[in-house]
Design a protein around this ligand. Structure first.
Ligand code: ZN
Ligand code: ZN
Length: 333
């Protein structure tokens, strides 16, 4: 038992030649997963301690911690930048908006001051060598450097931060999105990226996304919509309310449409940058004719009366129909 094989790389699921940053990442990932406060698995405590021990073994942090950022390569330019999407409704994007955005952040744990471990009031049996002071690794039998060969430790992983030295500290910021930004465009928010070790923070890049809209479709800066309209209104013409994203627009419809048609309302589409109406796209409306349904007797009679009136001057009002009958009659003997 005391000389069972101890395989810290295997425990952390990393390669034998993993560098310090990889070891640290693997440790944080596994520590988060197996922290007994988060993971109800009865084996979580044992797994967590094993993970911690493997990390300590590989990073050379015996039961005295601290200063373990030494040796980590400084982040490259941009390493502290953060990239995320922000989703807007069509109206929010058109008018601009102030939108809450949750920034997932980590900061040093205040219980252990970011060290990941705390001093114990009583010494504890070493988790790695089980008190023997020796550990059998894949290569040889070595002195346990977690406890320095003593078989017991005086520090333990901090419960607050699962031994990672960091805790999640989300921050909600209000992001101002200017009117008329298009999907795929990017907002740059300086100082809202990851904290960099040298102080300060990187840039948060937020890519604008549009939530799917049931009615309207964006095509460049044009907005397309299909709108049902009374067949009688299409024939008679007159004022018609057109559904635009920001509210209905009244138009004067030319009479005599039957088949339905596409209307282009110039400048009534998506605004230009900064909400500019000069660069706004068009609202392109496909009108879909709807015949009236469930007519009562009086309504049916008035339509029939109109129909009779129009048939009296068939050549004028229904030229196609009139031509057809003329051709039919001419072809009869
Ligand atoms: Zn802590
Ligand atoms: Zn030990």
């Amino acid at each position: 038992m005391s000389e069972r094989l101890f395989d810290p790389h295997g425990i952390l699921e990393i390669a034998e030649d993993a560098d310090l940053a990889t070891i640290r990442r693997a440790f944080r990932r596994l520590a988060m997963r197996w922290h007994p406060d988060r993971n109800p698995d009865p084996d979580a405590t044992a797994r967590f301690r094993e993970i911690r021990a493997a990390f300590d073994w590989l990073t050379g942090d015996a039961d005295v911690e601290g200063g373990d950022d030494e040796g980590e390569t400084p982040p490259e330019a941009g390493a502290s930048d953060r990239h995320a999407d922000i989703e807007l409704s069509l109206v929010e994007a058109m008018l601009g908006c102030d939108k809450p955005f949750v920034i997932r952040r980590q900061r040093p744990c205040d219980v252990c001051d970011g060290e990941g471990s705390v001093a114990l009031s009583h010494t504890r049996l070493c988790e790695v060598c089980h008190g023997s002071g020796k550990v059998r690794t894949t290569h040889s039998l070595e002195k346990c450097h977690i406890c320095g060969g003593r078989g017991y430790v005086q520090r333990a992983a901090c419960d607050q931060c699962a031994g990672s030295g960091e805790i999640v500290a989300d921050r909600t910021v209000t992001v101002h999105v200017g009117a008329g930004m298009l999907p795929g465009e990017v907002l740059r928010l300086k100082g809202l990226g990851h904290e960099s070790p040298g102080g300060g923070a990187g840039t948060l890049f937020l890519t604008i996304r549009l939530a799917a809209d049931d009615l309207f479709e964006l095509a460049g800066r044009d907005i397309r919509v299909r709108q049902p309209v009374s067949m009688l209104r299409l024939i008679a013409g007159g004022r018609l309310s057109i559904a635009a994203p920001l509210g209905p627009v009244l138009i004067e419809l030319e009479p005599g449409q039957v088949e339905g048609c596409e209307l282009r309302l110039n400048g009534k589409g998506y605004p230009g940058r900064g909400g500019s109406l000069d660069d706004a796209g068009d609202l392109v409306v496909t009108l879909e004719p709807c015949p009236p349904e469930h007519l009562d007797e009086a309504q049916r009679r008035s339509l029939a009366k109109l129909e009779e009136q129009l048939q009296r001057e068939r050549a004028t009002h229904f030229p196609r129909l009139d031509d057809w009958w003329q051709a039919y009659l001419a072809s009869r003997p």
